[in-house]
Design a protein around this ligand. Sequence first.
Ligand SMILES: [Zn+2]
Length: 142
Amino acid sequence: MTMMSKSYRGVLQLKTFEDRFEYLSLAGKVGEDTFGYERYLNQMFYHSPEWKRTRRDIILRDNGCDLCMIGHEIYTPIHVHHIIPITADDIENFRDVCFDPENLICVSQQTHNAIHYGSKNTLPKIVTERRPGDTCLWGNNG
Ligand SMILES: [Zn+2]
């Protein structure tokens, strides 16, 4: 059995902000902190004209809205997040996954941090319902 990988298309099928957030959440499993050569590569990548053009296209596509949700317009700096995190190897080889619109989505800084580090409590405008499994999802026991 194969698992469908996450995509922008997958995000759009979800109708609420919270569902979209949970779909995208990396819950601290993958970080974006990089060091040394990887940090250098990252900086090269995020300053490249190709990335700047891609970023602008994604912001236009998503109307500058958090998780592409109408009514969640972002008034703070906009992040364009890689749904499937890219690696130094992807960047070095200029792989499609770095620039593929299906792998990109607009998020606010707060939502971005929450996606990467699992700090759901800091998400804006979300009413959290307690459900069975919550503690598993947000705890350290995977
Ligand atoms: Zn990200």
